[in-house]
Ligand binder design. Structure first.
Ligand code: DGJ
Length: 303
């Protein structure tokens, strides 16, 4: 698969799973993301909401389309109405309830609602049902991700105050709500597109700047505690086009066989349905410095 390009599924159709995430469940991987498979709506500078797609794979290269697992709704009052914003879906499996829980950025057409939606399903391939929308801890929420720690605790990481600050908010045991504990980090840094991982006992957060669909420099931050003091370190990308994140934007960090990978969206603003993807290896040196280098292809995880 050529990094930076739109990828095709096993049926040869464009993969529509933007702003996505990958969940490993039993021996399969599930990729959830925004289905943008229609022309841009000129008045809104984006694709009207279609829904959240799911693809599954045994090797992270051959992806089978599992359908739209959360669909746009025709009711104009619905938070999932096609005119609204449904972005960056992230899915976790909850061992206590045996359910799959999806959180996503939900917004009004002018991005003034700035909230999240929470949906759940009995199967990884859905159907997901929207449980509720909320403003986490009564605060704004725009770009967001979920992170599940080794102890099973899970966190919502969301940009607030028009992206000025990032909040890290702990979820309850069923992952379907917040438990009320949160911290505000990277105050006034104006970052979005958060993605998290853990390596060598440290938490890492990769973010992008805020330039709409245009690429900018990534930045990573580190903290010894997920709800601790995060320190901004540097741009993890190295080599040509590293100042523009290789013309991509972070969507997700995941690990397979103890190796970390960063997934990027390569937005195509004039025709978002043709936006590409890349998956790049992430390395850490002995001092914990994180590096992401460009690779022309994604051939699956290293053994
Ligand atoms: C940048 C965000 O990261 C994307 O998810 C999307 O909301 C675009 N902005 C819209 O311009």
């Amino acid at each position: 698969m050529k990094n930076g390009q739109i990828w095709q599924d096993v049926d040869g159709k464009d993969i529509q799973a933007h702003g996505g995430c990958i969940l490993q469940y039993r021996d399969r991987f599930y990729w959830y993301g925004e289905n943008k498979g229609a022309p841009n709506c000129p008045s809104r500078n984006r694709v009207d909401v279609i829904g959240i797609s799911c693809y599954s794979s045994g090797n992270l290269v051959d992806w089978k389309y599992e359908g739209i697992v959360l669909k746009a709704e025709p009711d104009p009052e619905s938070p999932l109405h096609f005119s609204k914003v449904v972005e960056r879906p992230k899915v976790l499996y909850n061992e206590k309830t045996n359910r799959f829980v999806m959180w996503m950025h939900l917004d009004s057409p002018d991005y003034s609602f700035s909230g999240v939606g929470i949906a759940a399903a009995e199967q990884p391939t859905g159907p997901f049902r929207l449980i509720r929308t909320t403003h986490p801890n009564r605060q704004e929420s725009r770009d967001m991700t979920l992170y599940r720690d080794e102890d099973g605790a899970a966190y919502l990481i969301h940009a607030k105050d028009w992206n000025k600050t990032m909040n890290i908010a702990r979820l309850n045991e069923s992952y379907t709500d917040l438990d009320g504990t949160y911290v505000s980090v990277m105050t006034d840094q104006e970052r979005e597109a958060p993605a998290l991982c853990k390596h060598g006992g440290l938490y890492y957060m990769v973010t992008s700047g805020c330039t709409g669909w245009a690429p900018n420099s990534a930045l990573y931050a580190v903290s010894p505690h997920i709800m601790g003091h995060w320190k901004l370190i540097d741009n993890p990308c190295e080599g040509p086009d590293s100042r523009k994140t290789f013309f991509g934007q972070s969507s997700f960090l995941f690990a397979v066989n103890q190796k970390h990978y960063l997934m990027l969206d390569h937005w195509s603003p004039e025709n978002l349905q043709k936006s590409g993807y890349s998956i790049l290896p992430v390395t850490f040196d002995e001092e914990g410095i994180m590096t992401v280098r460009w690779k022309d292809t994604w051939d699956g995880p290293e053994e």
